[in-house]
Design a protein around this ligand. Structure first.
Ligand code: ZN
Length: 81
């Protein structure tokens, strides 16, 4: 995702990274760019900070057909790209 997308994330929003969904935690502004914090290890509150470019936004599946849904695979949501 782009920086402006990352800046619109709210706590509890989901993001997609490396084949899995994670909860967004917070942004961290570092000299080399904006890092996106995700809870990587539920139920602990450990946060991993990743480059926003490596994450995808998550959208709800609007025409969801449940377990057999071809759009989202039954998750009820899908990652951008
Ligand atoms: Zn669906």
């Amino acid at each position: 995702m782009k920086v402006d997308e990352a800046e619109r994330l709210k706590k509890g929003d989901e993001v997609f990274f490396a084949g899995a969904y994670y909860d967004f935690a917070e942004l961290k502004y570092l000299p080399h760019g904006v890092m996106v914090g995700i809870y990587d290890d539920k139920p602990t509150n450990h946060i991993d900070y990743l480059n926003h470019e490596n994450l995808s936004s998550v959208y709800p599946c609007n025409r969801c057909q449940g377990g057999g849904c071809l759009d989202c695979g039954g998750f009820g949501k899908y990652p951008a790209n």
